[in-house]
Each structure stands twice: as C-alpha cells, then as structure tokens.
Design a binder for this molecule. Structure first.
Ligand code: SF4
Length: 495
C-alpha cells in the first residue's frame, strides 16, 4: 500500500520534504550537566554530530534559575562564533543542551530552530528532539481547537503544549504522562533550570547514549545522539538510554525511571547503520564502520562479479566497498574524487545545472577507469538522478563495464520516523524494478543487498529493527494515528 498520501495535513505542517540528493536525518541532540565548560562541550558535541543536521543549530543553557539560548540557521560554524559562545558562558551555566537540525517536518524555517525554549506555568523548559512524531498533527488540531497558539511549524512544539496542559500537570509525573501520549520516534533532551531530562521512545527508533566526563576529580553526566560526540567531548560511554526510559541529569547525579515498557518489538532504525550515523560511532551497541564493512562482505557473497577494481562512491560507499573488495579479492581503488570546495551555496536551479554540479563535485580519475571493469559500491539509492550522472562520468572516462552494488535493499517506502525519504513516487525503487533501475542508471549490472543480508550484519535480533523503508513493515499504524488512539488514552496498551 502506498502510505504517502493518507495522513491528515495541517496548515504549516508538512510531510518529509523531497531532497535532490541523498537522505537526510532529522537531527542530533546533546546534553551536559554541571560541568564548568558545558557550553564549549555542547559546541564540540554539535560539531561531532554535524552530519545529523546542517540546517540549523542551537544551544540552550541554564544558569540555575533561568534559561538562555543562542540559535541560528546554518552549520554549527555559521551559527556560533567566539562571541556567541562567550555570551552563553557569561550566564555561568550549570547545564546546557544542544541541537543540530535537519527538517523532516515543519520546513527549513528560522522559527523551527532548536532547542525550543518556552515558559509554562511551571517555569521554563528547553527542548531538543531527534525523530518524528506521527501523531503531532492530531495533537496540534486538539490544541488549536482549545485556542493554543503555535510559534513554530514543527512537530516538536506539541510536546511542550502537552507538558503544559492540565491533563499532564495534574499527574505525579507530567513528563512521563506527556511521553505516553506521543506516537513515533523521539529521542529528547529537555532542559529545566535545575536539571536535564533525556528520554527515548519505547520503540527505540533513534539512538541516545549516556556518558560521563571526568574533570578535576568529579564525574559529570552527558547525553548525546551518538557516541562520537561523547568521544569528542572526552567523555566515557556509560550505556544507551533504554527505550521507554527517562534519565535525569542533575546535581544529584544520574537518576532513571521508566515511563512506558519497551515495545515488544523495538524499531531501531537500521538506516542509522547503513548511512546516517558516523562510522566512528557505536549505534545500538554496534560499531557503524565495521557493520558497513560487513555489509560489503555480505554483498560480495550475494552478488559476485569478475572485475578489475572495486571502488566506492565517496564518501558513503567507502566502508562497504572495503568489505566488498576484501571478500571478493578484487583490488580496491579510488577513482571518484570529491571536490571538497563545492559548498552548499553552489546555485543549481535547472536539471542541467544540477548535473553539472554533480560533475563538479565528483571528479573521475580517467587513468584508473579507462578500459577497466569496475565494481562501484554505494550505500543506497534514493532518487537515482545523482547516481546516473556519476555512472555517465565513469562511462565518459572509458569504463569498459560498470557493476553497481548497493549495500542496502531498494528503498521502496517513505519514512515517517525522522528521515526525509521522499514520497513513494519520488523514490526510484518506489515503482521501478531492479532491471528498470539498472537501465535508467545505464550500468551493466545492478544488485542491492538483500534485507536478510542486511539484518544478518546486525548484532541484535532482526525483529528489533525498523526496516519499513525497505519492507513496508511499519511498526505503527501510520494511516490512523487517530485521536481515539492517541489522545488521552494510556498508550501502554499498544506496546
Ligand atoms: S523507515 Fe527506514 S529510515 Fe525510517 S526509521 Fe525505519 S529503517 Fe529508519
């Protein structure tokens, strides 16, 4: 079933936007409590997680009584300079949270930068969100009918409206009550004047890790989307935040409580391992680089071919190409060279100009390619238009044969859980067979890693991974995030 057209829409809220290039993830989060350099550490953590979102960045700090924030559009390096960091540091912060954003709901707008900082009857709260809520629109309708005004168009703001509403405030644990009313993917970091609360949805869609930073004989707690951020901050990895868990970071140390039992079947995003996460990170308890290399090894066994060189599409195919070369015994060469000076601002309004931009961004080493049989390895194909231009470049450079190998299955279905895969009609595998895709790309052979092959690489049980973009097996009923399901019913019955 094509599920790309059936969710109700609200003005100002949109489905994941189509992107001309590869898939984009919605966001990375950071939290540091008590450390005298919490601002600088958050800044380092955001840099380390830049790959999780390049549209905007922000840091919110608590001085123990009030929250202060600096946010902006662009890369971490665009948003922060010495002055803005010193401005935050001057508040004498006792804690800080940070956010890298890529919009998958709500659009790339200044108002949607995070952390969101709002004032409720109980005081200020800052919020940073990685993921995507599938019942945000229903919740927003409910609050709009009650006369609530929204400052953003993102799905994240409904979390603050829930937290501030009487139904939650009257409970013994308003945050837990709020979280039980959310459906979808959320790894959250919330900043209050006296603490940070870090939470992960009961399905475990997105990663969230707890760490500890030693400084002058004391240990300070930190949280981050990825372990690479902890590494960069100099922190030790303690453990993952568990699905359905809230971890509190405060002057009392680290405390934990469960707001909902973990889902019977977790839904950890397998695409974190295919593409999103840093190769240096351990995600869902497993190193990403070695997992990607093993995907390449399995791919070589599933789809062998005689060739002269194995080469990656840089940079995304590099790890799997290494694995493919190792398993096949075919020498590894790099002949597609990225031009690192083509920035995001390169203007490319027409298709011809976009294709020229791809040629500019990736240059081919003719001396390696000419007259050779190539195995080209990439991690995934979304629309296929960029891949086609790259294959044309290889042909033009004299490649004798091109055998394209993809270290994940065809992406046939949209993602509603924090990745901006386009609607089904915009996915090349949405309505084309592998043979039709091969013809479109102009290659001699094309093979995708099987879903079983992909899952065989994962250390955790198959049933605990979301594979919906490949399989269509959505863990939640995305067509019916209805009010009766989601509004003010305890959701534990659904798990
Ligand atoms: S649909 Fe795909 S990208 Fe989205 S959460 Fe599931 S595995 Fe990840």
């Amino acid at each position: 079933m094509d599920r790309s057209v059936s969710l109700p829409q609200l003005p100002g809220l949109s489905r994941p936007a189509a992107r001309p290039d590869g898939p984009k993830e919605k966001c990375g989060v950071i939290g540091v409590w008590g450390h005298p350099s919490s601002v600088h550490l958050s800044y380092l953590g955001l840099y380390a997680q830049q790959h999780r979102g390049q549209e905007s960045a922000g840091i919110a700090v608590s001085d123990g009584k009030e929250l202060h924030a600096h946010l902006g559009m662009g890369l971490v390096s665009d948003v922060f300079d010495r002055r803005s960091l010193l401005g935050l540091q001057e508040h004498g912060p006792v804690g800080a949270i940070g956010h890298n954003r890529y919009s998958t709901a709500g659009g790339s707008l200044d108002c949607n930068t995070q952390p969101l900082v709002e004032t409720t009857l109980d005081g200020q709260v800052g919020l940073a969100h990685n993921g995507n809520l599938i019942n945000a629109q229903a919740l927003r309708h409910l609050f709009a009918e009650r006369g609530h005004l929204f400052h953003t168009t993102s799905d994240t703001e409904v979390i603050i409206h829930l937290l501030a509403s009487p139904e939650q405030r009257d409970t013994s644990d308003p945050l837990a009550a709020t979280l039980r009313r959310l459906m979808g993917a959320y790894s959250l970091v919330l900043l209050f004047p006296d603490r940070i609360e870090a939470c992960r949805d009961p399905w475990g869609w997105r990663p969230l890790v707890l760490g500890e930073l030693e400084h002058e004989g004391r240990a300070y707690p930190v949280v981050a989307s990825e372990t690479v951020a902890l590494d960069v901050m100099g922190a030790r990895i303690v453990r993952e935040v568990e699905p359905g868990e809230i971890v509190t970071l405060s002057d009392k140390g680290v405390e934990s409580r469960t707001f909902a039992p973990p889902a019977d079947r977790l839904a950890q995003c397998v695409f974190e391992h295919v593409y999103f996460a840093s190769p240096a990170s351990n995600v869902f308890g497993q190193n990403v680089q070695t997992a990607r290399e093993t995907m390449g090894e399995v791919l070589a066994k599933e789809a062998p071919v005689e060739a002269d060189w194995v080469m990656p599409m840089p940079d995304s195919g590099r790890s799997a190409a290494n694995g493919y070369a190792r398993a096949s015994g075919i020498p590894y060469r790099e002949a597609i060279v990225p031009n690192r000076y083509v920035g995001r601002t390169f203007i490319k309004p027409t298709q011809d100009q976009r294709e020229a931009a791809v040629r500019l961004k990736l240059n081919v080493v003719h001396e390696i390619v000419e007259g050779k049989r190539l195995v080209v390895v990439d991690d995934s194909i979304v629309r296929g238009t960029t891949t086609r231009v790259k294959m044309q470049q290889l042909r033009a450079a004299g490649a004798k044969e091109i055998h394209l190998r993809i270290s994940s299955p065809p992406i046939q279905h949209p993602c509603y859980f924090g990745v901006d895969f386009a609607t089904k009609t915009q996915l090349i595998a949405g309505d084309k067979s592998v043979e039709q895709i091969r013809e479109f790309l102009g290659v001699d052979s094309l093979h995708f890693l099987s879903l079983g092959g992909l899952l065989s690489v994962m250390d955790r049980p198959d049933r605990d991974f979301c594979t919906a973009c490949f399989s269509g097996d959505y863990r939640l009923d995305i067509d019916h995030p209805t009010t009766e399901q989601v509004l003010f019913k305890e959701q534990t019955s659904m798990f």
